[in-house]
Design a protein around this ligand. Structure first.
Ligand SMILES: NC(=O)c1ccc[n+]([C@@H]2O[C@H](COP(=O)([O-])OP(=O)(O)OC[C@H]3O[C@@H](n4cnc5c(N)ncnc54)[C@H](OP(=O)(O)O)[C@@H]3O)[C@@H](O)[C@H]2O)c1
Length: 319
């Protein structure tokens, strides 16, 4: 008998096989169970968010996912602080929320592309509020869609704007609200990252890099402050129909902001890192097989990505 045959027929080899299959089965079973709890059971058995406090603060709250979070939180009994860039839109959304939910609102106009000087006035605006939830939603990407790093329009300003908007805002807003949450031993911080933050996505290099920062920041903070009653959740959506995605048509894969925010809020208390809804969780899993790392990071990908982007733009022009 050759050496290979001896090894294959040995009891030790059989044991390793059984352990490996057992481990894979258990870890897959655990993932399915967590997904089932977070996306199915949570529809009926929701975490009581009101335990966190009376006010929720949402950045980038006048459109898209941020607006939907603000509306959903108001529906669930929170007074809401809306922070965004455009005063007219802030007033309109605040008025809508107050009318529809009967909750109080407060608006703070802020342009998060600016630097640290911005945060003193935000801190003043939030003084004295019992803030239970912070949603760090504001975010931006390149204006051109998929593009090589050096082809970003007005690269010096745009890259700084993206870092200020996607990263600095999250860090500074967390620095402002966290001390009181720690004092009260309760609080929820939700950070809107992206599927583009789960792996490196070329052609949206800076966006993808800021989103992985959000993921690491959330996971570290969740560990540091979990024992003090603070939950930090990182939400990593795929496609939601908003201005950022040029209001693309919704379907099984592309969510409306409203249904996304509702489902994502249901996952609080079940998972601290999530794609946000069942459809996106399944897609996130599948996309790793359709677009494996070796293809995503191959020299072919930039060309593929440009072709896809052009196809989408042509279709939108034709509509
Ligand atoms: N949509 C998606 O498919 C998708 C997928 C994955 C992750 N995400 C993430 O989800 C978050 C929300 O995206 P979205 O698609 O809802 O975006 P959106 O539709 O473009 O809305 C952005 C919101 O942020 C505000 N905003 C933009 N720039 C700002 C600035 N410099 N200062 C202050 N407020 C600013 C806008 O207010 P004004 O109109 O006043 O500027 C608006 O209320 C982002 O972090 C994004 O990266 C989105």
């Amino acid at each position: 008998m050759c050496l290979l045959e001896t090894c294959l027929s040995s009891p030790a080899f059989a044991l390793i096989g059984v352990l490996a299959v057992g481990y894979l089965t258990l870890s897959l079973g655990w993932k399915i169970l967590r997904g089932f709890l977070a996306h199915v059971v949570s529809e009926w058995w929701k975490t009581d968010l009101k335990k966190y406090g009376g006010w929720a603060v949402v950045t980038g709250a006048t459109d898209g996912i941020g607006k939907a979070y603000a509306q959903e939180l108001a529906k669930r009994g929170f007074d809401v602080v809306l922070i965004s860039r455009t005063l007219e839109k802030l007033k309109k959304v605040a008025e809508e929320i107050e009318r529809e939910s009967g909750r109080k609102t407060k608006i703070i106009q802020a342009d998060f592309t600016r630097g640290l000087e911005l945060y003193d006035s935000i801190e003043d605006g939030l003084q004295g509020l019992d803030i239970g939830i912070l949603v760090n939603n504001v975010g931006m990407t390149y204006t051109e869609g998929s593009v090589l790093f050096l082809d970003v329009t007005d690269i010096k300003k745009r890259t700084t704007d993206i870092i200020n908007c996607n990263i600095t805002s999250m860090i500074q807003m967390t620095r402002i609200v966290l001390p009181n949450m720690v004092k009260r031993k309760k609080g929820l911080i939700i950070n809107l990252s992206s599927e583009a933050g789960t792996r490196p996505y070329p052609m949206m290099t800076l966006y993808s890099s800021t989103k992985v920062f959000m993921d690491f920041f959330s996971r570290c903070l969740n560990t540091e402050y979990g024992s003090q009653g603070i939950t930090v959740q990182c939400v990593m959506p795929l496609l939601v129909s908003t201005n950022m995605t040029r209001r693309m048509e919704t379907n099984l894969f592309v969510k409306t902001p409203e249904s996304f925010a509702r489902e994502a809020l249901n996952t609080v208390g079940y998972v601290s890192r999530t794609s946000g809804c069942l459809s996106h969780s399944l897609q996130s899993y599948a996309v790793r097989y359709v677009l494996p790392d070796f293809l995503l990071l191959s020299p072919l990908f930039p060309r593929l990505s440009r072709m896809l982007d052009k196809h989408v733009q042509d279709r939108m022009k034709a509509e």
